[in-house]
Design a protein around this ligand. Structure first.
Ligand code: COA
Length: 477
């Protein structure tokens, strides 16, 4: 673990000893002391939940990520308490700082919403003095996370062999577009991954083109996968004492999230996919999993239906599932009680060819109410439904603010903005969302306090131009 934690541990030892002595002095009861079963196991913290550091306190991350996939991963690690040091190119920084800018002169929301709780240092990794700083960082960090184009890290001189020699405990975690194979050298962005990972071919309507989804399953999805790989590698390192490489290819991540569609691909060999609307409509299946519109992936017929206000209100819709166990309550709600016993409607198999008729009838009912009224009516009898919530509605939803899933953050150059907080809630590792760093904001602090460079060394590194904007460097040269 990083130096910071070692220090914290060293400091806490005497305090822990004092507590043990006090307890021993108090012990007057006749109860025999419990036998020590595992000498290595840490004693449970005596501090209240949420007050004894965070899950990843003491872990230091050398964050060489940019754009979305890598930053999603390191932001999560930072929320769990890791000290994330983001290395950025002098003068430029992460390219997203200047992408989709809404407030002139301020870092974009694209950047601020993906880089909370991190520190920023600017380093030209191709400058010898820059490499000096990077070497020091490699020695003092636990994990290096990067999502450069294939080969870029090696071209900087930071090969696995080099890093492993400098710090055998270092975990080197990478996002790439593709894993080893014919496409491994390709650069990849979100929608490329959605298409290459099987999501696009199975999204959209049968009679339309493939569609990409709004959820960033290629970038953020792969970042999530990588975070799990990293914490698993940290856990394994406790036992082995050595680091390892962790690789998440975006194609693999998307395919993993599209798992049910590969399931259906194999089911096709045994007959048509009966829960797809296409089956009920008598349209034959081809040899690959087709696009299924809004059919549910879980095998229960489902559709998006209009509610009061649609289609003028583009979000006045609800997802409705005709789950077999709640067929009775559905019939009662929509005013078709005879469908409960009518052999034409009573069983899931009998209903399959009539799904269009059934959903048209349910929609007649949903259109008499707002999506929230439909939700209340259905949930009262345990029918799961999904109102189509707009981003506006989610941003204003009080319960999401209360849980910290939507948070308001203050930023020195842009002012207040909304962000999505940590969606993973833990009772002893509470997330406090802090604003993203300005470019190079923590350069001095990291050089002196983390890496221990003396003032003269800092001056030498700075004067070399390794930490400053390229324009200045060119003029000086
Ligand atoms: N100092 C000096 N050079 C730096 C630097 C620093 N601090 N940080 C980056 N660079 C250099 C790299 O070394 C690289 O130089 P090289 O090509 O001469 O070796 C250069 O900047 C560009 O890096 P690269 O990662 O290739 O950026 P790009 O803009 O060309 O490509 C991606 C962007 C996202 C397409 C590419 O990084 C990629 O495919 N990443 C993997 C998949 C991924 O994560 N994609 C999703 C992103 S959300």
């Amino acid at each position: 673990m990083a130096k910071k934690q070692k220090k914290a541990k060293a400091k806490s030892k005497p305090a822990a000893k004092k507590i043990v002595k006090k307890l021993a002095a108090k012990k007057t009861s006749a109860k025999p002391a419990a036998k020590k079963t595992n000498g290595n196991a840490p004693r449970p913290s005596s501090k209240p939940y949420g007050k004894d550091g965070k899950a990843l306190t003491g872990v230091r991350i050398l964050d060489f990520t940019h754009v979305q996939s890598g930053p999603t991963c390191t932001q999560l690690l930072a929320w769990f308490g890791a000290d994330v040091i983001k290395v950025e190119r002098p003068g430029v920084g992460d390219i997203t700082r200047g992408q989709l800018v809404d407030v002139k002169g301020a870092d974009s929301l694209y950047f601020t919403m993906l880089n909370h709780n991190k520190r920023s240092i600017t380093i030209d990794s191709k400058h010898p003095q820059g490499m000096r700083v990077l070497n020091a960082l490699i020695k003092s960090c636990d994990v290096l996370v990067e999502n450069f184009a294939p080969g870029a890290l090696d071209r900087m001189g930071l090969t696995w062999e080099y890093i492993h020699k400098l710090n055998p405990r270092m975990i080197v975690a990478s996002v790439k577009g593709f894993g080893p194979g014919p496409y491994e050298d390709c650069k990849v962005y979100e929608n490329v991954a959605q298409c290459a990972g099987g999501s696009a071919s199975t999204t959209g309507f049968r009679d339309g083109p493939p569609l990409v989804t709004g959820a960033q399953i290629g970038d953020s999805g792969t970042g999530l996968h990588l975070a799990l790989g990293i914490v698993s590698a940290l856990y394994q390192r406790i036992r082995t004492g050595r680091g390892q490489k962790v690789l998440c290819a975006m194609q693999d991540g998307v395919l993993n999230l599209s798992r049910v569609k590969l399931r259906d691909q194999q089911r096709l060999a045994h007959g048509p996919l009966t829960e797809y609307s296409q089956y009920g409509e008598g349209i034959p299946f081809g040899d690959a999993t087709p696009r299924a519109g809004n059919d549910s992936g879980g095998g229960q017929p489902g559709r998006i239906l209009k509610c009061k206000g649609a289609p003028q209100d583009p979000d006045a819709y609800i997802y409705f599932i005709t789950q077999a166990p709640v067929w009775g309550p559905i019939c009662d709600l929509i005013g078709e009680p005879t469908w409960k016993t009518d052999p034409e409607f009573a069983t899931p198999r009998a209903r399959l060819p009539k799904l269009n008729q059934i959903f048209a009838r349910i929609e007649e009912w949903t259109m008499t109410m707002t999506k929230f009224e439909v939700m209340n009516a259905c949930n009262a009898v345990d029918i799961p439904v999904g109102p189509i919530l707009s981003m506006k509605e989610l941003a204003e939803e009080k319960s999401l603010r209360d849980t910290g899933t939507v948070v308001e953050v203050d930023h020195p150059t842009r002012g207040k903005y909304l962000s999505v907080g940590n969606p993973i809630k833990m009772s002893d590792s509470i997330t406090e969302v802090e604003r993203s760093p300005l470019l190079g904001e923590h350069t001095d602090e990291i050089l002196t306090k983390v890496l221990g460079f003396k003032a003269a060394e800092v001056a030498e590194i700075k004067n070399s131009g390794a930490l400053s904007a390229p324009e200045k460097k060119e003029k000086a040269a």
